[in-house]
Design a protein around this ligand. Sequence first.
Ligand code: SF4
Length: 91
Amino acid sequence: MSIETAKGLTKASRDILLRRFVPDDVKEIRMDICRVCPSWEHRSNRCTECGCQMRVKTSLTSSQCPLGKWGTHLNLRDAGIDTAEHEEGSE
Ligand code: SF4
């Protein structure tokens, strides 16, 4: 197992324990990208690049595609970033 794989598994475990899941629309966008990717193994629903089960991987906040086709979905408020000026209706 590579160091990158071990790091990814650690982050995934933390997301599951802390119940940090992405919104359904983000998961669907990720799955749509994976479904047309040559690295997606249809029968097992796994990525041949990382070996992950994609229905689980696409639902986790810290997950990212190993080929950079989609990235992490971090909650800006949880990261301590002020999002007030970007919210709808605020001036
Ligand atoms: S995670 Fe990336 S490389 Fe793997 S199947 Fe999805 S888009 Fe393809």
